[in-house]
Design a protein around this ligand. Structure first.
Ligand code: SF4
Ligand code: SF4
Ligand code: SF4
Length: 164
């Protein structure tokens, strides 16, 4: 990955409200792994693909750098690499995961805020975190029919999102 490309933009949200009720938080916006991904639908070469597990990946050998997928992504999760002329995005660290590891951002997050897993498995770390947070605290980014898979725990009960 070249310097200047973003696979995981961290936005500063706020400050919102009026003193003393002021709120500010940070929102990482990586690929939202849409269940119905517009980036795959518009890709003319089949470079953007949805894998059997639902993860969306880019086959760089097939990418012609047309950037149709960049325009189609509702979250700005893709960028054209100006050196290689192919589009890049978060890969969910697929190579690391194939070796049994969690993604690098999950392993290295100092706040232990990030989880990766299968939400259809009620015993997965991510399912347990969502359950502990409470459904009212679990949100997705706005959905335009693309059905994002990434969930955000906002306003969590004290400490419930941290790993033991
Ligand atoms: S967030 Fe963007 S790049 Fe990721 S799957 Fe959805 S449309 Fe594609
Ligand atoms: S830039 Fe590459 S991945 Fe994106 S739509 Fe064009 S060929 Fe497909
Ligand atoms: S899953 Fe891997 S590629 Fe995606 S944001 Fe985390 S560290 Fe980056």
């Amino acid at each position: 990955m070249s310097l200047g490309l973003y696979w995981n933009r961290v936005l500063t949200m706020g400050p919102n409200g009026r003193f003393p009720k002021v709120e500010m938080y940070f929102l990482p916006v990586m690929c939202q792994e849409c269940s119905n991904p517009p980036c795959v639908q518009v890709c003319p070469t089949g470079a953007s693909q949805q894998m059997p597990d639902g993860i969306v990946l880019i086959d760089k050998a097939k990418c012609i750098g047309c950037e149709l997928c960049v325009k189609a992504c509702p979250y700005g999760s893709r960028t054209l690499n100006p050196e290689t002329k192919v589009v890049e995005k978060c890969t969910t660290c697929v190579q690391l995961r194939e070796s049994g590891s969690d993604p690098a951002c999950v392993i290295n997050c100092p706040g232990r805020c990030r989880f990766f897993g299968d939400t259809s498995d009620p015993n997965s770390t991510v399912s347990v975190a969502i359950k502990k947070a409470g459904a009212e605290n679990v949100h997705s980014l706005p959905d335009s029919g693309n059905h994002p898979s990434v969930k955000y725990i906002l306003h969590p009960k004290n400490g419930v999102w941290r790993k033991p």
